[in-house]
Design a protein around this ligand. Structure first.
Ligand code: NAI
Length: 679
């Protein structure tokens, strides 16, 4: 264990180094090592001041989340940080913390136990625990208010966003920014300090936190809990505040929300592992790209590529369409510049990477060609036949189709093994999800390339199999159908949407439908009459038909499930009820949530059964990153496991639906989707 923490002596300065790569997480052994080193140096008469520094690329990026998982599962005990922190704070010699990279979570708590802190200019500090459903548990909520005041501490602990060294300096969290070598700077600083200064002895500046409280979601536990803990610092002595923090921490740790958020945190890594595609599968380097179709999706995909530094040719059929597409791209970049997210020159650089054209010039050099033309199989086959004549042999041929048969598209070429679906979500320059659709014969390096590309675009690729609507959209149809049936039976669109946003969905189903376009849904239903009964149980709801016939296409026509004012603000519309409502039963929010969410779960089980999705976690990631499912519920399949599959199965039968065979079996066996999936 010794090697995790080492110390050395530089004149009259003792230096403690933490060496637990890659991020110096405070795993078991590290706090103990720090404590021992502090005691050893404290006892040395030649040492006057102690400096603590992180070895490698960072100070301490946080606790080891795997250890939390063990504790939650009842297999371990909480790593004891407090003894190490008290050893530092109570040390008779001044302790200076030297921060580079990040001091996050337990890392910042460690730093705050020191008497002084210096940091490099590019360092960041923060208390991001709320992102996994926790609050700082090692004094962070008590020491931070003493350094930065209650207001700043409340903001940092409740929102979890890291701040820069500069901000930390202004807030009083660090004492100095060091230019040049950190250790040298820290040692020089250490020689100048007057004596010890225990953070816990500093007075707390109280503040009104009601403004922050108002910004928090009432059903999200950890941020509110963090606020409570920070406020305790202003009203209680330090030791009592620590006890309060511990109680609140424990309550969060054993909450369903914490389990769900930790699941969501690890889920993105889990989906990157595809059992039959080992890590060493060769990939085709993507240096140049080409996109066919400069519409909503093609433009967004071109931006995503340009943002990642990949030059991209963007082709459309005529100048007018191309100009429209480019105008949208320009407008999007201008918006980023106006909001300060991008400098004007960076935006120009990105725009310059996008080469608009009507012809096919340069396509022979492209490493990947992504097709994003209208959703028509005949048209896509035509485009792929043309692409194939130009593309080099090792070019990946991708389609952005959201509903069409990828194998049929691949069959339009003589190299179907090079064809793959890359289903981006709208707006493609923003949304992180890419469903990667492997066809029957897609070769493994092509799949690995698509995954690597998604990663380099800072997106999350989830590999799925070919099938109507793939995973996300296919599950959406029964969900939407239930929403419509609820309105037919007596609910209002605004009640349904509110019940589901209260549940945590980013948007309700009717808000989504109006944004995507009723005409789009209608067209899909027309084109796939055979798919609908299979995909959606039975598409008994007729709302879409009626709205379509009334010309209510959604936001684009000023009316859909809602009416819209000039600012596109939705207004409940009694005309919709007159059009679609058949009954006037009072419907509870609970019924709305159960019917809509269990429809997702039941269809998700079918998707698993058919092997369209590989694992429950793949479905979860798709819904978390592409459909606004709340992370604190972990995704639809994780949520189902938490609720209990037997209960869901019973409700499915009560609703008169056909249960997925997998749901039935796993519920009977008393298992969870997750446990069923583990060998
Ligand atoms: P869009 O209608 O906005 O754009 C299609 C573009 O393709 C138009 O600019 C059109 O001029 C161009 N085009 C048509 N034929 C062409 C050809 N032969 N060669 C070159 N360009 C041609 O459509 P959108 O929404 O961008 O959809 C594109 C694809 O993305 C479709 O397959 C759609 O299903 C899929 N998709 C759409 C999503 C959305 O939210 N709009 C989400 C995910 C996928």
């Amino acid at each position: 264990m010794e090697h995790l923490v080492t110390f050395s002596i530089h004149g009259d300065i003792g230096v403690i180094a933490i060496n637990n790569p890659p991020v110096n997480a405070l795993s078991s052994g590290v706090p103990e090592g720090i404590k021992a080193a502090v005691h050893a140096l404290e006892a040395r008469p030649d040492v006057r001041v102690i400096v603590v520094i992180g070895g490698g690329r960072t100070f301490v990026a946080g606790a080891d989340i795997n250890e939390f998982v063990e504790v939650i599962a009842g297999r371990g005990t909480m790593p004891a940080l407090h003894p190490a922190l008290f050893a530092i704070e109570d040390c008779a010699k001044p302790v200076v913390m030297a921060i580079h990279g990040t001091a996050l979570g337990g890392g910042l708590e460690l730093a705050m136990a020191g008497h002084y802190r210096v940091a490099t200019a590019d360092a960041q500090v923060g208390q991001p625990e709320v992102k996994i459903g926790l609050i700082p548990g090692a004094g962070g909520t008590q020491r931070l208010p003493r350094l930065a005041g209650v207001a700043k501490a409340a903001e940092m602990c409740a929102f979890g966003e890291p701040i820069s060294a500069r901000e930390a300096l202004d807030a009083g969290i660090i004492d100095k920014i060091v230019d040049g070598d950190l250790l040298e700077g820290a040692i020089a600083f250490a020689r100048s300090v007057p004596g010890t200064r225990r953070t816990r002895d500093l007075p707390v500046t109280p503040a009104d936190t009601s403004e922050i409280r108002r910004k928090l979601r009432p059903n999200l536990m950890a941020p509110l809990a963090a606020l409570d803990a920070v406020e305790a610092a202003a009203t209680m002595p330090f030791e009592e505040g620590l006890r309060r923090e511990r109680e609140i921490f424990e309550r969060c740790l054993h909450s369903d929300q914490c389990k769900a958020l930790i699941h969501a945190f690890f889920a993105e890594r889990a989906v990157a592992k595809i059992p039959d595609i080992p890590k060493d599968t060769p990939v085709y380097p993507i240096r140049q790209a080409a996109v066919v179709g400069a519409g909503t999706m093609g433009g967004g995909i071109a931006m995503a590529l340009a943002n990642a530094g990949i030059p991209v040719r963007l082709k459309d059929t005529d100048q007018a369409a191309l100009d429209r597409g480019l105008a949208t791209i320009r407008k999007n970049y201008e918006r980023s510049v106006k909001s300060g997210r991008l400098t004007a020159s960076a935006a120009e650089e990105r725009i310059a990477r996008i080469a608009p054209q009507i012809g096919w010039e340069g396509f022979e050099q492209a490493d990947i060609i992504i097709e994003a033309v209208f959703e028509s199989l005949a048209l896509k086959k035509e485009v792929f036949a043309a692409i194939e004549k130009l593309a080099k042999a090792e070019c990946v041929l991708a389609s952005n189709t959201s509903t069409l048969d990828m194998d049929a598209i691949a069959a339009a070429t003589s190299r179907p093994q090079m064809v793959i679906g890359t289903h981006f979500f709208s707006p493609a320059n923003v949304m992180r999800l890419v469903e990667i659709v492997r066809g029957k014969v897609t070769e493994k390096p092509v799949i690995a390339t698509a995954m690597a590309l998604a990663k380099s675009l800072k997106k999350v690729g989830v590999v799925v199999r070919n099938g109507f609507g793939f995973v996300g959209n296919r599950m959406m149809f029964p969900y939407m159908e239930q929403a419509q049936l609820l309105v037919e039976e007596g609910a209002t669109p605004e009640q349904v949407d509110r019940a589901l946003t209260d549940f945590g969905m980013a948007m309700g189903p009717f808000g989504v439908a109006d944004l995507s376009g009723i005409d789009v849904f209608w067209r899909i239903m027309q084109e796939f009459p055979q798919e609908f009964p299979a995909a959606a149980g039975s598409m008994r709801a007729s709302g879409i038909e009626k709205l379509y016939a009334a010309g209510r296409y959604g936001q684009k026509t000023g009316a859909g499930w809602y009416r819209y004012d000039q600012n596109r603000k939705s207004i409940p519309d009694p005309d919709v009820l007159a059009l679609v409502q058949k009954g006037n039963r009072a419907i509870s929010d609970q019924e709305i949530v159960e019917r809509c969410i269990y429809a997702l779960v039941n269809e998700g089980a079918k998707v698993l059964e058919e092997g369209i999705a590989l694992r429950p976690v793949d479905i979860d990631v798709i819904y978390l990153t592409g459909y606004g499912f709340p992370a604190y519920r972990g995704g639809p399949m994780f949520y189902a496991d938490m609720v209990g599959l037997q209960g869901i199965y019973d409700r499915v039968l009560q609703f008169g639906w056909k249960p997925a065979a997998l749901l039935e079996r796993v519920a009977r066996e008393g298992k969870t989707f997750a446990a069923n999936e583990r060998p």
